[in-house]
Write a protein that binds this ligand. Structure first.
Ligand code: GDP
Ligand code: MG
Length: 185
């Protein structure tokens, strides 16, 4: 019976909207694909516009529908503004551990987020591409230090090797769920 008691297939206890932000090429779309479809596309072509992916997860006995927003083709600070951030409840700030500039730009992205959001937003710092250890330019310690300064959780991930990807998304979702309390919306 559709909708009965809110326990039917397709129903959920929470709808949580997450966004991935960071420089072009850091692996935002790959992380999204890995998390939502459990796949990785080595030749993933940058898409234009905004894409949504969906995944429903269970946390502490609650069904949580995640709406995951990608920002393909709009990865310069000035092009992501209020409209894009609207309704975002959590943001994954992503850099590439082999690209120092992408790490330096995290603070710029943060300023952009602060400038363009009025709602509370939980944030998490992600250093992606840990499988490329030989080309690493940003140490784990540097990442951890920045996250500490910014008062955020920190994860190093590999979208390619499927390392820590679920963990990062789950941690952010758990923080948001906690903030929303038992009776969201
Ligand atoms: P976006 O511009 O931030 O969305 O980055 P993409 O997801 O398009 O990824 C940019 C490039 O990095 C693509 O060639 C991906 O295959 C590659 N890439 C993404 N994540 C990883 C990773 O964890 N490891 C490696 N080795 N390559 C990755
Ligand atoms: Mg992309």
């Amino acid at each position: 019976m559709a909708g009965a008691g809110g326990k039917s297939m397709g129903s959920y206890d929470y709808l949580i909207k997450l966004m991935l932000i960071g420089d072009s090429g850091v692996g935002k779309s790959s992380l999204l694909l890995r998390f939502s479809d459990d796949s990785f596309d080595m030749n993933c072509t940058p898409t234009i516009g905004i894409d949504f992916k969906l995944r429903t997860i269970e946390l502490d006995g609650k069904k949580i529908k995640l709406q995951l927003l990608d920002t393909a083709g709009q990865e310069r600070f000035k092009t992501i503004t209020t409209a894009h951030y609207r309704n975002a409840m959590g943001i994954l700030l992503v850099y590439d551990i082999t690209n120092e500039q992408s790490f330096k730009n995290i603070e710029e992205w943060l300023k952009n987020i602060e400038k363009h959001t009025s709602q509370p937003v939980n944030k998490i710092l992600i250093g992606n591409k840990t499988d490329l250890g030989a080309q690493r330019k940003v140490s784990t310690e540097e990442g951890r230090k920045l996250a500490e300064q910014l008062n955020m959780a920190f994860y190093e991930t590999s979208a390619k090797d499927k390392s820590m990807v679920d963990e990062a998304f789950f941690a952010l979702t758990r923080d948001i769920k906690k903030r929303l309390g038992e009776h969201p919306g």
